[in-house]
Design a protein around this ligand. Structure first.
Ligand SMILES: NC(=O)c1ccc[n+]([C@@H]2O[C@H](COP(=O)([O-])OP(=O)(O)OC[C@H]3O[C@@H](n4cnc5c(N)ncnc54)[C@H](O)[C@@H]3O)[C@@H](O)[C@H]2O)c1
Length: 487
């Protein structure tokens, strides 16, 4: 086994990795999990003698990441990057790595059915939940779900795999585990509960009753900016540590994790590594989704259209910086229920984090999967403003920016590679409408995103229409400048 990473110039796992027990099965060994939850757990092992370890699983995509991890004895590097310094840590808490299509689904299900498994956690992106973002409910006609329901013992979707593992545990007389979503969705635990229970009820009512009685679905608020890994990132990590690590990942120094303390079979003492374990995560989630993710999406669409490739490029444009700050404080903060947080300070900190020149966070990456993101990042706040008779020009501009973006052509006439699970529906709306007013109306008609009441709200439709026309006539930079100067 190649242990080259144990020679890296980095903080190394100095604890005995043999004593780790894989009590957590994590679905979605992507960039974010590697730099977030796994780091908290690694700090516990390194500094607090914790023996909680992971089985890492990718269900769909990410074959190479699992192969890379296996090839280096399940070790990988996390580099923290700021303007002045990069520091690195080799994470040692992974015991096993599996891919459902490479190692077989049976191996994955067997790992989830090991008696000691206490938690199944997930970072599978919003689309992995197979729910309608506007309602949070499972889409029974989602192709993966429809196929899994035909053959529930051989599932491919995350809800299908979780339910099959729970069914096997129940049949074997084993205790249930907690299911913890760490994806960016409001009430992510409730969404996971909804899709799991709805799926299970369609398979077997008695199983659904058992899950409802025995499984908890803690919600979490997760925060750390972890850009997609590029060859440049890996080169830079190699320069710092002296070791090439294809499974390496780089992120900002900041990290935050607020977890609903509701676990059925125990949990690591993540609070010792800086997490906040609380009774109610929702106000924190809402704050982060609307202020951070909402302004990120705004910058992603308007920034991409203007030719800004990275979030820190947007921050060099004073109008974009002011617009992001005004969006956070004037249009998102008033909608929040969170108590005891200085939101002005939070907004200032976010602008400082976005400006980190070492963070090459691509606007294109944040722009993807907009259909899954707009409801919680912008549209819930729009509903608040409509109910409170307030105006929301920047939220309207963000929605209009998404519409221009999914139109598929940037302001220089170049094609945009739009990635979205609802791409077919979005493209049908784009192709079936003329540019301008009818394009806006066609996109507003996508119920899975806008629901059925927002498109009937004249104030919303007019505000988006106004912003969209400005984008067409003047382009993104001038529209952002003009909108923010009117605030
Ligand atoms: N990257 C960040 O800065 C960041 C910050 C906070 C939260 N998050 C959350 O983490 C999620 C993952 O982000 P990432 O940066 O790790 O992305 P990534 O592209 O590196 O990884 C995505 C992971 O999701 C899995 N996946 C994709 N589609 C799936 C599906 N349909 N079913 C099951 N698994 C699927 C892939 O196998 C992979 O492991 C985000 O969508 C977001 O909700 C990311």
């Amino acid at each position: 086994m190649n242990n080259k990473l144990l020679n890296a110039k980095a903080t190394l796992p100095a604890y005995d990795r043999n004593t780790l027990v894989p009590r957590i099965v994590h679905l979605g060994f992507g960039a974010f999990h590697r730099a977030h939850q796994a780091v908290y757990t690694d700090i516990l092992a390194a500094e607090h003698h914790s023996d909680w370890g992971y089985t890492e699983v990718n269900l769909i995509g990410g074959e190479q990441q699992i192969a890379d991890l296996k090839a280096q004895d399940n070790l990988y590097t996390v580099a923290e990057m700021s303007a002045d310094a990069w520091t690195a840590r080799v994470v040692g808490v992974v015991k096993n790595a599996l891919h459902a299509q490479v190692d077989s689904l049976e191996t994955v299900l067997a790992a989830m059915c090991e008696p000691q498994v206490a938690i199944v956690s997930l970072t599978i992106t919003e689309k992995g939940y197979c729910h309608a973002p506007a309602t949070g409910q499972l889409m029974l006609d989602h192709p993966l779900i429809a196929a899994d329901l035909q053959n529930p013992q051989q599932p491919k979707s995350a809800p299908g795999v979780v339910v099959e593992a729970l069914a096997r545990r129940k049949a074997a007389g084993l205790p249930a585990f907690s299911v913890m979503s760490c994806d960016n969705m409001p009430e992510n635990g409730h969404v996971m509960r909804n899709v799991t229970c709805a799926y299970a009820r369609t398979v077997n009512a008695e199983l659904a009753d058992w899950i409802e009685a025995n499984v908890t679905f803690p919600s979490t608020m997760v925060d750390r900016i972890v850009p997609a890994v590029t060859a440049e990132t890996l080169d830079k990590i190699e320069q710092i540590t002296g070791v090439r690590d294809p499974a390496g990942v780089a992120c900002e120094p900041f990290r935050q994790w607020v977890v609903e303390d509701n676990f059925v079979a125990g949990r690591p003492e993540w609070e010792k590594a800086g997490a906040e374990l609380v009774a109610d995560v929702i106000p924190f989630e809402e704050m982060k989704l609307r202020m951070l993710n909402g302004s990120h999406s705004f910058l992603a669409y308007l920034g991409y259209l203007a030719g800004y490739q990275h979030i820190n490029d947007c921050m060099k444009d004073e109008n974009y910086r002011r617009a992001a700050h005004a969006l956070m404080l004037n249009e998102q903060a008033p909608t929040l229920k969170v108590k005891g947080v200085d939101l002005a300070r939070y907004a200032d900190l976010l602008i400082a984090r976005y400006s980190n020149p070492a963070l090459r966070h691509r606007t294109w990456q944040i722009a993807m999967d907009g259909s899954q993101k707009l409801p919680q990042r912008m549209l819930d706040s729009v509903r608040w403003h409509l109910a409170h008779q307030q105006s929301f020009p920047l939220l309207a501009l963000g929605v209009a920016g998404w519409m221009r973006y999914v139109g598929g052509v940037d302001e220089s006439g170049n094609a945009i590679e739009v990635c979205d699970p609802l791409l077919t529906t979005i493209q049908a709306a784009v192709k079936g409408s003329a540019e301008g007013e009818s394009r806006v109306k066609a996109l507003l008609g996508i119920e899975a995103i806008f629901g059925n009441e927002l498109p009937l709200e004249a104030r919303f439709v007019d505000a988006v229409m106004h912003a969209y026309k400005m984008l067409l006539e003047q382009g993104a930079k001038a529209t952002v400048a003009q909108t923010v100067s009117q605030k």
